[in-house]
Write a protein that binds this ligand. Sequence first.
Ligand code: PLP
Length: 388
Amino acid sequence: MPTFSNRVSTFGTTIFSEINVLAAQHNAVNLGQGRPDFDTPSDIVQASVKALTDGLHNQYPPGNGTAEIRKGVADHANRFYNLDIDPDRGVLATAGATEAVFSSILGLVDPGDEVIVIEPYFDSYVPNLIMAGAKPVFVPLHPPEWTLDPDELRKAFTPKTRAILWNSPQNPTGRVFTVEEMTLVADLCKEHDVVVISDEVYEHLVFEPAKHVPIATLPGMFERTVTIGSFGKSFSATGWKLGWVYGHPDLVAGAMRAHQFVTFAVHHASQIAGGYALHLDGSYYENLQAMYTTKRDLMMEALTGAGIKAKVPEGTYFVMGDFSDVFDGDDMAFTQHLIKNIGVACIPPSPFYCEEHRYIAGKLARFAFCKSDATLKEAGERMRKLKG
Ligand SMILES: Cc1ncc(COP(=O)(O)O)c(C=O)c1O
């Protein structure tokens, strides 16, 4: 009997699913997957409930998204980044940022093209490229500061390079790249006529004094960049799976062509609520950052108490810890030990690297701090045992 295709034959179960199962079995405090364990703000939920009950939203929404979400994304990009986005042709609503990345790759990259991937990378990028028939070309960030080596980056650009998958604020390192760092990327993209697929889902999770600057705002970059956002990250609603792509209409058209035959359209009521949420005033975002700054500090306290070294994240709700002072083994063994013997779950980062660069993750673990303060304190208490 025929089974699955060659295309997916190398894909295992995602590390997040594996860790969630193990964490549940051992009743561990789960700092693994980046899913908030607190509620979406109630006014946003109410906007969705109203949309579901007003009798207008049981039909397929427009393929590129409702007018509400498209205007929300365009207005938001204008308010925060002074970008002039066409809500009709320059925005596409997707099933989370995950689909936004995949539809962008399918719509902008051809089989055989090379696509630069910065490591450690978000786990769907490489399978997405494989499914599109493209070739990932890996460039690692260097710990402990998680910087790019300009020569390594330069060498990765070849005549076959079609795109770079850019992610800032970066999961899992917590880096928010500086304008200087991004200027190097931008210059190389312009020199080699390369498209940027810019995953900016953590755009509002940035800690002072870091500042998020979309790469599309650098000179000459708007024409060659699609930018991706996530309702789940900005509004603590990962389960709603709503995301978007915005940018130059000629590039968004590529993502749209793919999207219409991937999902066609996405959940109507969520898009209405998304349009509402994107128009919330500045205090919403200030409160979000303040809340996450407290959580980041609690997370850092927990790591310090456990004897785990880490660069304080500049953004996102992740931190990469170096456990070499308290555990003798690799990231996979450490994760098992932490879950089974200490009662805390984290993510081993080696699956976010190619074979050649996997050694970089050997003594590292990723912790997610999008959790209630009580959960973070409990994790800190349990992790103290590591030092002992
Ligand atoms: C860097 C990055 N991109 C994309 C996603 C996916 O976002 P969504 O849940 O909106 O599909 C995530 C989720 O963790 C992420 O960390």
